[in-house]
Design a protein around this ligand. Structure first.
Ligand SMILES: NC(=O)c1ccc[n+]([C@@H]2O[C@H](COP(=O)([O-])OP(=O)(O)OC[C@H]3O[C@@H](n4cnc5c(N)ncnc54)[C@H](O)[C@@H]3O)[C@@H](O)[C@H]2O)c1
Length: 688
């Protein structure tokens, strides 16, 4: 008894042994933990005085999964499978005591125990699919036996965890412990011993293994995931649970896991996982810099973005004040927020009481001075420099000392905005993406004068409100939109050369984006850009012609595509084809048929080129930051790992040669490969 090793402790409470694992921060099942667990189980099995065992974790959570830094390294025994086998070989009841998030291998370990108890706030899940994997320690075989194949597949394919209450209702856990978990788990184990309850392992249960309905459920769950290896493997593994004996199913699961873990898709997804964590480390913030405390926020402007940003605060339990110029505008903004929440409630994604609680955290005012009490202010007024400068001058006057002052601008110079105040060290950009309450990406724009602790505050707040913050420098469009602009130029050029919107969009969705550039333009609306161009005396051959013909996008039922009333499904439109062909003729551009491969290259490579320039200029810190921006802000397929990662997979010499070719054939010098690409390609290396 006592310490087994640095991570595992074994003690006794009467006839119950308690194995406690402490491997901060999330009790990942690293080698030392697995070895300690095996040893603790061996000792308790041999100890005649022990009648039952509780496995629990210290700190904030039960095992949140495998130690993914061990992926791709030679396995070190005992593996998780051996720990699980040791649990199942126990002739004394083993109770898993769950709190926090029992995820992946942690949940699989719990599934091998005879019983599971949990605190009400605990969540359990198998998120492996999010790393392009499947649960590889029996999860695909045990969970279907516990709750039936359909429900199990849903958890495994979505990777989304379930709450303790749902887990109890489904029979995943046996009891919810109110109050002290360890004490409750020990009491539970004692009851099991006293009552002499039979020790039935999940692997031996067969009653829930019905095949009926499984094929349909699998089809529905994976319909939108075609071309992805992991979901297909999950389906196969769960189907095996129905059709094969347990041991064979387990063996097949192992084979599928090994295939996935060495495959390109999972490697790309693991790259994004690590890049996201890395992005939180911002160079130039000295070690030990403390973020400023944030207990309340303010948002200026109750428009599309302001309302969504306020919801982010409320969702995280932070009180927020929205400031508008007039009562009506304010009310309209608050109504939109309420309607947004109501939609989530009616979809079952939020309780009505929780909606009330969140709405109560949002207050609206028309008096600007109300921002004086906020620790952090986010400005989301119209995109006009003079207006923003006025707002920041006002903020300078009323905001409290040390408040962080952020702008949500998409294009304006954050340094110029900062200079409108006497405290540029407190000013930065917090660039949310629309819809702000949904999109995970948050570009944090560091100004020339931004203080490290102001920056650290914005990053910390970003994480607190469940965003993925990536710090970038000041330039037009920052990282994401600056790269996107390259794609837009090329998309129009493709239309003029012979492609149609449906062909371009099909190539882009075929690559894995959820939406093509033209369907996206229709959703955003074509008229805004058209009016801006008119004001500046600029022209866009196709889009202006479309707008002149009343094609404003989804809002008018026609844009680059046609939309049947009430539908958002883009339908190819012969009138658009005519407008495009006219534009080609007007500009003397011969039309030709363009292969999908060429479209894909021209949609992707110019963005990679711009990404390289962004790295050269130091606007982004690392290629991985750019990848994270594209995955979380623009729907880049995560299993392709982001544009810079993708470029490395293809090889930069190839990217260089293709860019040179397109620069020659189009006469557009911006397509010439960036110096960084040329240098790295010559060295035979990549961005990462
Ligand atoms: N819409 C997007 O997709 C998107 C995405 C990222 C960033 N942005 C940026 O966010 C900002 C807001 O964009 P939006 O789409 O929400 O615009 P919007 O027109 O929907 O909302 C702007 C709101 O600001 C209010 N406002 C104007 N002056 C004000 C003042 N002095 N005080 C208080 N409120 C004032 C307006 O009444 C309006 O309700 C812009 O800088 C935009 O570039 C927009």
């Amino acid at each position: 008894m006592g310490n087994i090793n640095a991570s595992v402790d074994l003690r006794r409470d009467g006839e119950i042994a308690i194995v406690t694992v402490d491997n901060p921060p999330v009790n990942a099942l690293k080698h030392e933990v697995r070895a300690g667990l095996t040893e603790a189980l061996r000792q308790t099995a041999e100890d005649a005085a022990v009648k039952g065992v509780v496995i629990a974790c210290a700190g904030r959570t039960f095992f949140a999964g495998a130690d993914i830094t061990e992926f791709g390294k030679p396995p070190q025994a005992p593996g998780l499978g051996e720990v699980i086998a040791a649990i199942e070989a126990m002739s004394k009841p083993v109770v898993a005591a769950l709190h926090g998030t029992a995820l992946g291998g942690g949940f699989e370990l719990a599934l091998a125990c005879h019983f599971r108890v949990a605190v009400p706030s605990a969540r359990v899940g198998l998120p492996e699919v999010k790393l392009g994997l499947l649960p590889g320690a029996g999860g695909t075989q045990r969970l279907p036996r516990l709750i039936g194949p359909e429900k199990a597949l849903k958890m495994i394919v979505t990777g989304d965890p379930i709450e303790a209450r749902e887990a109890l209702a489904d029979g995943v856990i046996d009891e919810i412990v109110e109050g002290d978990l360890a004490a409750g788990a020990i009491a539970f184990a004692r009851r099991v011993v006293a009552e002499g309850r039979p020790l039935r392992l999940v692997r031996d249960r067969e009653d829930k293994l019905v095949a009926e309905g499984f094929a349909d459920a699998a089809e529905t769950l994976t319909r939108r995931l075609r071309g992805r290896d992991a979901p297909a493997a999950c389906v196969e593994a769960v189907r095996n649970a129905i059709t094969l004996p347990f041991e064979e199913g387990l063996k097949r699961e192992g084979e599928l896991f090994r295939k996935l873990v060495t495959g390109d898709q999972s490697k790309a997804q693991r790259h994004i996982f690590f890049a996201e964590r890395e992005a939180a480390r911002v160079p130039g913030i000295p070690e030990g810099t403390k973020p400023r405390p944030i207990t309340s926020g303010a948002v200026i402007g109750a428009g599309t973005m302001g309302g969504g940003i306020a919801m982010c605060f409320a969702n995280a339990g932070i009180p927020v004040t929205i400031v508008e110029t007039g009562r009506d505008l304010l009310q309209r903004g608050l109504d939109r927020v309420a309607a947004n929440y109501r939609a989530t409630v009616s979809r079952g994604g939020l309780g009505a009481d929780e909606m009330e609680r969140r709405m109560a955290l949002i207050s609206g005012v028309t008096e600007f001075d109300a921002v004086g009490s906020a620790d952090l202010v986010i400005e989301a007024v119209f995109e006009e420099m003079d207006l923003k400068k006025r707002v920041f001058a006002d903020l300078d006057r009323v905001a409290k000392a040390d408040a962080v002052l952020a702008t949500n601008t998409s294009t304006l110079d954050v340094n110029e905005i900062a200079r409108a105040t006497s405290r540029p060290q407190d000013v930065l950009g917090m660039h949310f993406f629309s819809p702000a309450n949904v999109m995970r990406l948050l570009e944090i724009v560091r100004g020339a004068a931004t203080a490290p602790d102001a920056l650290a505050t914005a990053v910390a707040l970003g994480r607190r409100i469940s965003k993925v913050p990536v710090t970038v420098g000041v330039c037009y469009g920052f990282v994401g939109n600056r790269m996107l602009a390259r794609r837009s130029v090329e998309a129009e050029r493709l239309l003029l050369e012979g492609a149609l919107p449906q062909e371009v969009d099909a190539a882009v969705t075929g690559f894995g984006f959820p939406m093509g550039p033209f369907a996206m333009a229709d959703m955003a609306g074509l008229d805004v850009g058209w009016r801006i161009r008119k004001g500046r005396g600029e022209r866009n051959a196709i889009e202006d012609a479309l707008c002149e013909a009343g094609h404003f996008g989804q809002k008018t039922g026609k844009g680059y595509f046609r939309y049947d009333s009430g539908s958002r499904t883009p339908v190819p439109d012969p009138e658009v084809e005519r407008i495009i062909i006219d534009a080609s003729t007007r500009l003397n551009r011969p039309r030709r048929s363009i292969a999908q491969e060429e479209i894909v290259e021209r949609m992707i490579f110019p963005m990679i080129n711009e990404g390289a320039r962004i790295l050269e200029e130091g606007i982004a810190t690392r290629p991985g930051d750019i990848d994270v921006i594209w995955v979380y802000g623009y729907g880049w397929p995560v299993w392709r790992g982001g544009p810079m990662y993708y470029a490395d997979q293809l090889g930069l010499a190839h990217i260089r040669d293709r860019l040179s070719f397109y620069a020659e054939s189009s006469g557009d010098d911006t397509l010439r490969p960036a110096a960084l690409i040329r240098r790295l390609a010559a060295e035979g290396s990549g961005f990462a």
